[in-house]
Design a protein around this ligand. Structure first.
Ligand code: NAD
Length: 462
């Protein structure tokens, strides 16, 4: 714990506190990011006080339970709670008073008007500012529109505390760039982008992340760091949109999108090479909203953001295309969606996570149910669905007229399709929206094959 009132710590002080086990960080928001980050920091010798407004979340964390599945997290959490390196509380005043460094990871969802909803950040800033002391370090990690750290967080902290950023306390924006399903692995290796409000803030924030064994990239100010995060997610969204667009052409021209993209990606340009991402169903709490933060800001600034919006529209409507593929396959089977039994494999928005936020699998299921299909879903990590659920792949596919692979979980990559074929009702359609089934094998077994960007004509029938 730090002393009563002191100037912004020097890098040497941060290092000394860490080595003597006295470095304490509070983490505001124990959601996906906050919980993974808390466990990661606690494992590396920083005592963590995690704060959440939800008593339910705090109670779960205290019991060492994760409210969601993330590989390795529950084990890490249990160890950190048992060793008292991590505690969870709803008491924000206690958390601020206990810590040298305050990290903010509250949610920043999309508002009803299409711009960022920053009320959770405002309320966290208000709680922190009422107890903020000179010498403390505040790091914002939530994804925010450019300008938020300097125009919203800094004045809120200064106003509530009577202190000045860079003079009395350190302040920086350091975006969180982890990917769900690989969070702990990525936290340990991704360089941390630092956008501080001044050199003293920068030096101590850099020292803090160095204690965690991480490289840092100083981009000069918070606005630049805010843009780095949005640029990363815009690139991912647009690159998947390119993959989805090429997939649609491949279906028309009888080509396999996986082969087309992997060959196209061999072209080097500049310091890198073409890197079109594979097509798929984009979901989750980041890609469906972060590019729109930029679009909303761009509109106010008179910047043409139609590229952002087009990519978003294409990606968010891909489940409708998957529905069309299914409809087409069922037509070939002499069936229709209504009254067909459809097994949907995967509810989470991506592999090895239980996160269903903005999952296109759920949207697809809702449409299928609405059109009169009997849907049976299975996901190894998600137990609730807007349809009947099964306890295994093989239970889900029993008597199915069609099977849709909607999530790329590892378990689905290891499915015994021969066994599936023995259980389904023939003729049976197999729609792969994730590119994880071998089309040749599926066609050989006898499935009516439909793959996103992988039309049957692109594969040899035996
Ligand atoms: P989340 O919704 O899972 O968690 C946010 C948590 O903050 C919730 O538990 C909520 O109860 C809590 N909270 C709200 N107001 C609070 C307050 N005033 N004080 C304390 N706790 C409060 O969100 P998430 O997925 O962890 O994302 C957090 C931020 O990180 C977002 O800005 C998101 O865009 C960004 N991000 C997310 C990911 C990801 O993969 N999920 C990756 C990188 C960045």
């Amino acid at each position: 714990m730090c002393g009563v009132s002191m100037p912004i710590p020097t890098p040497d002080e941060i290092d000394r506190w860490h080595k003597s086990g006295k470095l304490v960080a509070s983490v505001f928001g124990l959601g996906y990011v906050g919980l993974c980050l808390s466990a990661f920091m606690a494992q590396r010798g920083i005592r963590v006080v995690g704060v959440d407004v939800s008593e339910e979340v705090v109670e779960k964390v205290r019991r060492g339970e994760t409210p969601f599945f993330e590989p390795g997290l529950e084990e890490a959490l249990k160890t950190c709670i048992a060793s008292k390196m991590l505690e969870a509380t709803t008491d924000s005043a206690y958390a601020v008073e206990s810590s040298n460094v305050i990290v903010i990871t509250v949610g920043t969802p999309l508002g009803v008007d299409g711009s960022a909803e920053l009320r959770y950040l405002r309320s966290a800033a208000e709680a922190i500012s009422s107890r903020l002391r000179a010498g403390q370090v505040v790091v914002l990690k939530s994804t925010v529109p450019p300008g938020t750290t300097e125009e919203l967080l800094k004045p809120a902290l200064e106003h509530g505390s009577g202190l000045k950023a860079e003079q009395d306390f350190a302040l920086a924006f350091c975006p969180e760039r982890l990917s769900e399903g690989r969070a702990l692995e990525e936290l340990a290796k991704l360089p941390v982008v630092v956008g501080a409000v001044g050199p003293r803030s920068r030096d101590c924030v850099v020292a803090f992340f160095r204690c965690l064994g991480l490289e840092t990239i100083d981009v000069g100010n918070p606005r630049a760091a805010e843009l780095v995060k949005l640029a990363d997610n815009l690139w991912i969204d647009v690159s998947i949109a390119l993959g989805n667009l090429i997939a649609l052409f491949c279906e028309t021209y009888g080509a396999d999108v996986r082969k087309v993209i992997s060959a196209a990606n061999t072209l080097s340009r500049g310091y890198s090479s073409v890197n079109i991402l594979n097509p798929g169903l984009v979901g989750g709490s980041c890609l469906p909203k972060d590019p729109l933060f930029l679009a909303a800001v761009g509109e106010k600034l008179g910047i043409d953001t139609s590229l952002i919006v087009s990519a978003r529209n294409l990606n968010s409507s891909m489940y409708l295309h998957v529905l069309d593929l299914l409809r087409d396959g069922l037509l070939e089977a002499g069936k229709e969606v209504r009254k067909s039994r459809v097994a949907v494999l995967g509810l989470a928005f991506k592999g090895e996570t239980s996160d269903t936020r903005e999952s296109q699998s759920l949207k697809l299921i809702e449409r299928l149910v609405g059109e009169g299909a009997r849907v049976v879903a299975f996901d190894p990590y998600v137990k609730e669905a807007p349809a009947e659920t099964a306890s295994s792949v093989y239970e889900a596919v029993e008597g199915a007229d069609a099977v849709v692979v909607a999530t790329e979980h590892r378990a689905f990559q290891e499915v015994d399709w021969k066994r599936v074929w023995s259980l389904v009702k023939k003729p049976c359609v197999l729609v792969d929206a994730r590119g994880i089934v071998d089309p040749n094998h599926a066609i050989e077994l006898g499935f009516i094959w439909r793959g996103l960007g992988r039309p049957p004509q692109a594969f040899q029938r035996s």
